[in-house]
Structures are given as structure tokens and as C-alpha cells.
Design a binder for this molecule. Structure first.
Ligand SMILES: C[S@@+](CC[C@H](N)C(=O)[O-])C[C@H]1O[C@@H](n2cnc3c(N)ncnc32)[C@H](O)[C@@H]1O
Length: 286
């Protein structure tokens, strides 16, 4: 389509509202072909800008907005949120307002009008409860920070190269950083911490589902080894539910070096491609 014609169509449909709904006076005047062209264009714009959702969510986690609202135990105003953000000597309130608008639209937070003065009050939703950090370890916040970390995102720019050439010249992660992911965790302690914290939060959640489904299976096991068990999140839940199990958490030495102590769990460092500790059963979760 010629750019000028595309512009004309876009102008004609300028009253098209978000998410594909349309106002009466806008695209009803378009013929089918122009309407399809316009809607197709909107669909691309939506995908092109969809990273803003992750960016908004990441900043909400970094600013601990869900925890701030949770502390009040009721919806609170933007100024109350700002007041409680740590290390914010000169906050950009209008940017935060825009971030909150995105997150309300995505149902991460709720918004309601205050009856007393009409200002917007932001509250928690079923989704925001999964980005709390204070006083809970059933949270996805550390995984969200890992997935949105530049070290994790930048290999995505190599996807088309990998599709063209395969991995004969290295994985996307290797091409981007010059090391494979599990080498990188050994070289960069901050990335190691971020990676292990991300893994452990999801391991806890998934283990609850495994325990629920496997039930009696664990009763028959005396010893259990988690191969590539990270810092022991899965085993800590399993041993808590089945304290008779003697568990071994096996992972690379630089991961084991940062693992917290748990009753009933022995941490062992090594390389699973060389050997793994003996046990009645092997547990593996990616
Ligand atoms: C995707 S993570 C999964 C961690 C954990 N099982 C979980 O679900 O949270 C993969 C784990 O395998 C470990 N790993 C990678 N290569 C390994 C090797 N050669 N020997 C032992 N562990 C390894 C990593 O350090 C990492 O902790």
C-alpha cells in the first residue's frame, strides 16, 4: 500500500480505540479492504509496542509497588505510592502514572475513584499478589526480574541468525555474551544470584503441584537426588511435606556455594555429565 494511502486510511480511522474496538463515526465509512488494512496495521502496532507491558511490570517490581499497596491493606493514591518508594529523591510522578495506567489496563493493579475526593486509588488484583516480595516466598517477582534482565533479553536479538544458521556458531546466548549460560552464572556472581533466585521461586510453586499430584509416590522413596536442583527450592518443599526423605541437591559448584542450608538436604557440587550421586529416585526440573 502506498504510504500516502496508508496515512489517509489511518487518519480516517483515527477514532479507532484501543484493542480493536471502534467508534461509530470512524471506520464504518471504510470499505472492507481499507478496514482490513487498518486493523492489520493496528495489530502490528500492538505487537511492536507490547514490550511496554513487560517494561511497566518490571519497573513495578523494582519499585515494590505491590508491596507498598499491600502494606496499607487497601487501595491507595498515587501520591501515597510515591511517598513510599525507597531511594526516590526526585520522583517522576507523571511517568509512574502512565506506568500504572498500563498496569491497570493489563489487570495487574485495580483502579477506583475515591468517594471522598475523587482521586484514583490503586489496589491489588489476583495478578499483583504474585509480584509481592515482602513476607512471602510464593512469588514470581524474582523470575520476572531474571526474564527481563538485559543479559537474558539481549540474546533474543540473535534469533533470526540462529534460524538462518542453526547453532553451529554457538547458541544465541553464546553469540551474545561469549559464554554459555551456565558458564556465565559461574563468572558473574550477580547474574548467578539473579538466575538462582529466579529459578527457586518457580521451583517452589511447581513443587507444590508435583507434591499434590504425586502424593503417595514420595512415601515409597527413602533417598532422592535433584539433579540440576539449583539452590534447593524444589527439595525444600518436598522434604517439608515428606520429612522422612533424605535428599541430595546436586548442581554446579558455583551454584551450590550459594545454596542456603535446609534440614534433611545435603548439597553436593559436581557436573551431571560426569556423575551424579546415588539415590532411590532422581528428580529433574528444568
Ligand atoms: C533451568 S535451571 C533449573 C534449576 C532447578 N531445577 C529449578 O527448576 O529451579 C538448570 C540447572 O541446571 C544446572 N546445571 C547446568 N549444567 C549442569 C551440569 N553440567 N551439572 C549439574 N548441574 C548443571 C544449572 O546450574 C541450573 O541450576
Amino acid at each position: 500500500m502506498a504510504p500516502r494511502r496508508a496515512c489517509a486510511i489511518l487518519n480516517k480511522g483515527a477514532e479507532k480505540t484501543e484493542m480493536g474496538s471502534t467508534s461509530d463515526s470512524s471506520i464504518k465509512d471504510l470499505n472492507k479492504e481499507d478496514e482490513e488494512a487498518l486493523i492489520g496495521q493496528v495489530e502490528i502496532w500492538e505487537q511492536m509496542c507490547s514490550f511496554t507491558d513487560s517494561v511497566a511490570l518490571k519497573s513495578a517490581v523494582e519499585l515494590r509497588i505491590a508491596d507498598i499497596i499491600n502494606r496499607y491493606d487497601k487501595p491507595i493514591s498515587l501520591s501515597k505510592i510515591v511517598e513510599n518508594i525507597e531511594n526516590a529523591p526526585s520522583p517522576d510522578i507523571s511517568l509512574l502514572q502512565r506506568i500504572m495506567r498500563v498496569l491497570v489496563r493489563r489487570k495487574i493493579f485495580s483502579a477506583e475513584q475515591s468517594e471522598s475526593n475523587g482521586e484514583t486509588l490503586f489496589g491489588l488484583t489476583r495478578a499483583s499478589k504474585w509480584i509481592l516480595l515482602d513476607g512471602t516466598n510464593m512469588t514470581l517477582a524474582p523470575m520476572l526480574l531474571l526474564e527481563n534482565h538485559p543479559l537474558h533479553l539481549s540474546p533474543c536479538h540473535y534469533v533470526s541468525d540462529i534460524i538462518r544458521e542453526g547453532t553451529k556458531n554457538g547458541t544465541a546466548f553464546f553469540r551474545c555474551h561469549g559464554h554459555e549460560q551456565f558458564e556465565m552464572t559461574g563468572l558473574d556472581p550477580e547474574y548467578n544470584r539473579l538466575f538462582n533466585e529466579g529459578m527457586v521461586c518457580t521451583a517452589r510453586i511447581v513443587s507444590q503441584a508435583v507434591i499434590c499430584g504425586y502424593k503417595d509416590g514420595f512415601n515409597k522413596i527413602e533417598t532422592l537426588v535433584d539433579v540440576g536442583g539449583g539452590i534447593g527450592g524444589s527439595l525444600s518443599e518436598i522434604v517439608r511435606a515428606y520429612p522422612h526423605i533424605k535428599a541430595i541437591n546436586f548442581d554446579l559448584p558455583h551454584v551450590i556455594a550459594t545454596a542456603p542450608e535446609y534440614d534433611g538436604i545435603a548439597h553436593v557440587g559436581g557436573d551431571m555429565f560426569v556423575s551424579i550421586p546415588n539415590a532411590d529416585a532422581v528428580y529433574m526440573k528444568e
